[in-house]
Design a protein around this ligand. Structure first.
Ligand SMILES: NC(=O)c1ccc[n+]([C@@H]2O[C@H](COP(=O)([O-])OP(=O)(O)OC[C@H]3O[C@@H](n4cnc5c(N)ncnc54)[C@H](O)[C@@H]3O)[C@@H](O)[C@H]2O)c1
Length: 436
């Protein structure tokens, strides 16, 4: 099947390459000429495990191409819209200008019976508005097909999703849209991937409510961490114990420095803003508390570092292990790790940060920080070590060996990802979050 993907960022580039891997013929369109040139050369413009391989094989097969020219979508039957929907500056609401611009520039190239399939995360009501736009300017139809991929597992999640959601139009367009998406996702559907066929509003809400739920789960355990900190309890044992209840489950119950990235924080804020617009602000007012708990955890890590120096942090060398918002990604959007590094620097610490993949991105946004790709160099002479992204290379550090590098063996485990007894036995003062 011939497909186009408009917007080739973390979502779109993976979607385009994965669809080509499944046998479709795909053109990816982006307004960023550098990104397009990189992708067209078969290289990944960002770190995502498995992406370089499927990009290279897609380009080599001739089924995958990239362009800045929207005219190249002509001939495709389904057009996925995967452009960004960031938080508006100074507001909580989502900025939909990229989605509108993408649809406006796509409309002149649509043929009768084509399907525009929105993948971006949008406030409820957006698809209905865009469907009118598409219908007024073309003979194409619109569906909303939210994306649930996880960065770090994006290729696997796109090729083998845990569910598919189609938000479809009514009337005659319903069957046209459904059969087009069924053809796109034929491989996943043949493996009995659960499919929810619904209307636009439900499809849009499925995505934002899934992210709201995940954010709430993380902030719930982080709230318990705050209580644990004042009572001497251990939140990791608490999470294990409550997680044995199948109704609760252990996943997404890791207390730490909190969530970040290009989705959860802005999605819960946009959801709050949209609910307020709809006169239902009270229904999701709790998400403001979810956001506050999350942001407090960043300050908590900073406070622990400062306290470890009895308030005298100026000039102290702090090694920050992690910059990406999560491991196996180079994404630093709203990253708690980078935020902690910047706050420590702002307090006068001599911060040296390291990350296996995110240094180039962090350098662009935070040139005031010092970076090294060499973990040992970051640790050498450090007065405190802060682990803020749970990369495997950090989890597997040998505490006895690295104790010999630092000036003072003091580690703050902002992800509760180290084994405290191993570090204490090696002579370190270990401090986790929500644990004694
Ligand atoms: N990243 C994720 O893990 C993820 C997961 C699920 C859903 N989403 C949602 O997917 C959407 C995209 O997210 P992302 O992380 O890929 O963002 P991103 O910023 O990495 O990518 C967006 C891309 O769209 C391009 N673009 C902007 N305007 C354009 C236009 N008019 N025409 C063509 N291209 C244009 C940009 O140049 C950029 O490359 C967002 O709504 C996000 O919430 C993201």
């Amino acid at each position: 099947m011939k497909l186009s993907v408009i917007g080739c960022g973390y979502l779109g580039a993976v979607h385009a390459a994965a669809m080509a891997e499944l046998g479709h013929e795909v053109v990816g369109i982006d307004v960023d000429p550098n990104k397009v040139a990189t992708l067209a050369a078969g290289e990944a413009p960002f770190f995502e495990p498995g992406l370089p391989e499927i990009l290279a094989s897609g380009i080599a097969s001739g089924r995958l191409s990239f362009s800045t020219d929207m005219a190249d979508v002509v001939g495709a039957k389904v057009h996925f819209v995967a452009v960004g929907t960031p938080q508006r500056k100074g507001e909580n609401a989502a900025d939909l200008t990229y989605v509108d611009a993408a649809i406006d520039s796509l409309i002149p190239y649509l043929s009768d019976g084509d399907l525009v399939a929105g993948k971006s995360t949008v406030p409820v009501g957006t698809a209905a508005r865009l469907a009118e736009k598409v219908a007024a300017g073309s003979g194409a139809h619109l569906a909303w097909n939210p994306e649930f991929l996880r960065e770090g597992f994006a290729v696997e999640d796109t090729i083998s999703p845990d569910r598919l959601v189609y938000g479809l139009p009514g009337g005659d367009a319903f069957e046209v849209a459904k059969s087009a998406l069924d053809e796109v996702y034929e491989v996943a559907l043949s493996r009995d991937t659960p499919l929810v066929v619904t209307d636009y509003a439900t499809a849009e809400l499925v995505k934002v409510s899934a992210n709201a739920f995940l954010a709430t789960k993380i902030s719930f355990i982080n709230a318990m961490a705050e209580i644990a900190e004042t009572t001497g309890a251990d939140v990791t044992q608490l999470a294990d114990a409550i997680g044995f209840d199948a109704r609760i489950g252990r996943r997404f119950l890791n207390a730490g420095v909190g969530f970040g990235g290009g989705c959860l924080p802005k999605d819960i804020r946009a959801f709050t803003a949209r609910a307020e617009e709809l006169g239902r602000g009270e229904s999701v007012a709790f998400l403001k508390e979810v956001d506050s708990i999350n942001l407090r955890r960043r300050q908590k890590v900073v406070d622990l570092v400062v306290e470890s120096f009895d308030g005298q942090i100026f000039g102290k060398k702090v090694a920050v292990l992690g910059l990406a918002f999560k491991p196996d990604s180079d994404d630093i959007r709203d990253s708690p790790a980078l935020d902690v590094a910047a706050r420590l620097k702002g307090l006068g610490a001599e911060v040296i940060a390291t990350d296996p993949e995110a240094i180039a991105n962090a350098k662009r946004t935070h040139p005031q920080l010092d970076f090294t790709t060499d973990i040992d160099e970051a640790l050498t002479g450090a007065d405190a070590v802060v682990v803020v992204t749970e990369w495997k290379v950090f989890r597997e550090l040998d505490p006895a060996r690295v104790a010999g590098l630092v000036a003072r063996p003091y580690v703050i485990d902002g992800r509760n990802c180290l084994v405290p007894s191993d570090w204490r036995d090696a002579g370190w003062t270990y401090q986790g979050l929500g644990r004694p």
